[in-house]
Design a protein around this ligand. Structure first.
Ligand code: ZN
Ligand code: ZN
Length: 159
């Protein structure tokens, strides 16, 4: 996580750690960049990791609807409704991680904690059970770290 850039302010993010998590935080807008390994930990156990995080009460939350660049590679990110039904629109780079504007990570963690992701995943699985089976059969759903994140991303985007 070296030289990350805030997609909003174009300034350098400072690296912060909280428990096992490592993320980039912007000292100007208080948005946070969560890389793939940290996001996997959060979505797997939001109660455990949420306890280590604090939420700044200043900084903008209503940004104009624009596409913003990945903090790591600068590629324009996808805007997604997290978990399809949460109503929290986050920006995601399929290779590197997710950008949360100030307060979005808190909202997403609330959603995950209430089981929103499990519910959405259950719907997804019911819809695409046979498709998932096929993917597994041809080895497209793997357990390696990168593949796991890719699977989460595909699920979130709904592709
Ligand atoms: Zn910023
Ligand atoms: Zn990227």
């Amino acid at each position: 996580m070296s030289s990350l850039t805030c997609p909003r302010c174009k300034t350098n993010l400072s690296t912060r750690t909280a428990g096992e998590l490592s993320f980039g935080e912007c000292g100007t807008c208080f948005g946070v960049w969560v890389d793939a390994p940290s996001f996997e930990k959060i979505s797997a156990d939001p109660d455990k990791h949420g306890a280590d995080l604090s939420w700044p009460d200043k900084g903008p939350t209503n940004w104009p609807v624009v596409y913003i660049p990945c903090a790591e590679c600068g590629t324009v990110m996808n805007r997604i409704n997290f978990g399809r039904v949460s109503g929290v629109v986050v920006d995601i780079c399929q290779r590197h991680g997710i950008w949360f504007d100030r307060d979005e990570l808190r909202q997403v963690m609330d959603f995950v904690r209430k089981g929103g992701l499990r519910e959405a995943r259950a719907i997804e699985l019911a819809e695409h059970r046979s498709e998932m089976k096929e993917l597994r059969a041809v080895g497209k759903v793997g357990s390696a770290r990168g593949e796991k994140f890719a699977a989460v991303v595909n699920f979130l985007i709904g592709s």
